[in-house]
Structures are given as C-alpha cells and as structure tokens.
Design a protein around this ligand. Sequence first.
Ligand code: FE2
Ligand code: FE2
Length: 342
Amino acid sequence: MIASKDRIAGTMEFPPATPQPNIYPLSWQQKTAKLEEVWDSAQREYWDPKKLPWDTFRPSAYTWEQREAMAYWWTLLSVFDASAPPVFASAFIKTYEAHEEDAVRRCFFSVTRDEQNHEQLCGLAITKLLEHPDPLTYQPKTDIGRKASKNAQWLYYNGGRYWNGYKAAVPKYSLAVLFSSFLMGEIAAATIFHQMAAKCKEPVFQAGFRNVGRDEGRHMAICMALMERDYPKMNLSDKPPITKQIRAGFLFLSGVLYEPPEDFWDIPADFISNQREIEACARGAGFHIPEYETKRENWRNAMLNLKGVLDKYGIPFPAIPEVGISGQEVTDVDMKDIIPVF
Ligand SMILES: [Fe+2]
Ligand SMILES: [Fe+2]
C-alpha cells in the first residue's frame, strides 16, 4: 500500500504531469503511411517455421560430412540470428521510450517476431541435421564435423562479445543512427537469403530461405521509410557515428556474408581454411553457399546500395577496401560499440 504521506489524490483534482520520457506513450499517432503498409504485409506474410515441409526432409539421404557441413552454416547463421530477437526487442523498447508513432512500434514488434522465427528455423535445421539440439555440445562424427565444431566455438565466443557492446550502444545513440546500422544488416540478409533460396536443392530449406528473405526485405523497407522520414532533418552530430557504424557493420557482418576479417574477429589461424573446406562440402550436398568471389560481389553491391542511400543525405561513407570501395578512413572500430544486426 502507498504510504499515506505519499498519497496526493486527496489534495488535487488532476495528477501532476508524468515525467517524460515515460515508457508508454498512450497515443497512437499515424504519420508514415508506408510503415502502415509494411505492418499489413507483415501480418499477411507471417509464417510458422514448424509448418515448413519438414516431412519431405530426409537427413539420412546425406552423408554425415554433408550433414555436419550444412549444420555448420546454420550455426554460423545462428550466431547472428539467435542474437537478433533480444537485439530487436531492445530496439522495440526504445521505440516506446521515444514515443514513436504507432506504426513504428508495431513494425519493430514485427521485426522482433520475425527474427524469433529465423532463430527457430536455425534451431530446427541444426537439430534435424545433427540429431542434437546444440552445435556446441554436439560430438562430431567426422573430420569435417570436428573442424566445424572448433569453428563454431570460436564463432560463439566472438558473438558473445557483441552483446555487451550492443547493450551499451543502444542508449547512447539516437534511433536515426540505429536505423542505418539496422539497414545495413537487412540489405545484407535480404541478398544472401534470396540467393540461397534460388539455388538450394533441399525443398524445406528453399521454402525457409524464401520466407526469411521476404521478411528481411520488409525489415529493409522499415529502415528505409524511417530514414526517409528522419534524415532530411537529422542532427549533424549524428553523421560521424553513422559512418563509423557502417565500417563496424561491414567488419561484423563479414563473418556471415564474406569471411571474418582477422583484425576484428578473434579467430585461430586455421579458421578460414576450415570454413572454406566445410562450405565446399555443403555445396557438394546441393546446399548453395555462394563461392568466395560471389560473396565478395554480393557484399560489394550491398555496400554500394547503402552508399547510395547515405549519399542522398550527405553522410560520408567509410572506405571499404576489402570490396574495393573508397571513402572516409575509419580505423578505430572496436567490438565494444557495435550496433549492426542481421
Ligand atoms: Fe533475420
Ligand atoms: Fe532482419
């Protein structure tokens, strides 16, 4: 019970103003029509990972090497997709704290929900392929499996460092800065999933990738709509952190879209050669992971896409020599203030 000295209702007719920002807006402003459209399609396109055609999937049709190799790729993806639900849940809370318009709150809710689906899909694929629900405690059956298991431990270790950085970064930056980091991950994700869907042989994975790719396209549209709304009136002081976050995002997301750069990812010397061998084995099983050159080309195109968006608002793009893009030199990127998400 409230102590009687704290009770005020008997002393005034209306309560004093609630200190702002208060977590709940109690208002349903409608401003950005595009976001309303995206929300409607998120409702229409909602899917259930359990209801994919798993009954057509026979893991025993593959060798153990192939199963372990494919599970490795899903594990690599999980390092990004299994952190996405809490990451977007934090952004979702931030939209309430910032009293964002109603459709923005709903859109971030849908992204959180979608990412939870993507995580479920990773879990289902890994569990069926390995007959074990956890790639970290799985006992490998082949040499490929042992390499995959070692790489998985290092991926997990590196991904774990990201979360603390993210938690510290979210309150520090405005939503405008966050959107450009998110957009980067969404452009990258949409690219890879559409490709995997187009070329992967296994029907259930094809269906999964198609759905995930469609979700990522919507996430991209959300970020774009918000940037179009906010960037023309953006604070000049928000521009330098965006440039830096794009460079950080490139380094972080290269882990899944390209190859993890060793100056940023703390990985053993044999990591990349092991990963190449594992990926080749998965490709042999009809699991289409783009080849090195295609990955580089994809990543370059995704970056150029993003550059096109940022150029419009006069935000300097960082130099990305790894894929042949010149721009502003950014050198002091650290795991400890990384925002990008997948
Ligand atoms: Fe995702
Ligand atoms: Fe996404």
